[in-house]
Design a protein around this ligand. Sequence first.
Ligand SMILES: [Zn+2]
Length: 69
Amino acid sequence: MAESRYQPGQVVPCSGVYRISHKGHRDDHDGILLQGQLFPPCIVCGSQVEFQLIQASNPIEKQTDFEGE
Ligand SMILES: [Zn+2]
């Protein structure tokens, strides 16, 4: 299974939890990004930070059973 990795400046392809890997200055951590955002640069390691989707998920208001009227 191919692992998709994303760099700062790319468009977030789907909302969900991403594993965020920095260039040495801190441990990997998770964060939620929303579809259509741009992956942000790290203020420390800049564009060397990488993002990897680990759990796709949508905000509840975007899910079928909870859509607004
Ligand atoms: Zn960093």
